[in-house]
Design a protein. Structure first.
Length: 139
């Protein structure tokens, strides 16, 4: 199963405070363990919301809202995409992460085609498979 590991923002991450060399080194070792175990598919840190934007959809209207966004505890500062056998395995990997200080990390399973049942017709399955294959070959 694939899971997204969501690192929540903090006052420091939203202020653009960069991690220390020590934390970067510890995270590098942790990420290397994840890669060596075949768990990590992707992982990135995000700039503060002040560098981002949101698009609000209301009927046919689209409006752009520039950051920063006030609700820091609901913002994302980074993520990993992992391939694991179970949510329990993901939790065990996450417990080894070099976080402290009250950090809270969310793990969310990613939908598989089978989760959509009959709504995912054979034609839609073929399209999804084709698109996934094409995205694997993009730089």
């Amino acid at each position: 199963m694939k899971v997204m590991v969501i690192v929540k923002a903090s006052a420091e991450s939203e202020a653009g405070v960069m991690p220390s060399t020590e934390l970067l080194a510890a995270m590098g070792r942790y990420n290397e363990d994840l890669v060596n175990a075949g768990v990590m598919l992707a992982g990135e840190g995000l700039h503060p919301s002040s560098r981002g934007a949101r698009v609000r959809f209301e009927g046919q209207a689209r409006s752009v809202i520039d950051g920063p966004f006030a609700e820091t505890s609901e913002l994302i500062a980074g993520f990993w995409l992992w391939q694991v056998r179970s949510l329990d395995e993901a939790i065990e990997w996450l417990k080894r992460a070099p976080f402290d200080g009250g950090t809270e990390i969310e793990l969310r399973p990613i939908f598989e085609m089978e989760d959509f049942g009959q709504a995912m017709t054979p034609a839609l399955r073929e399209q999804e498979t084709r698109l996934r294959e094409r995205t694997r070959h993009h730089p």
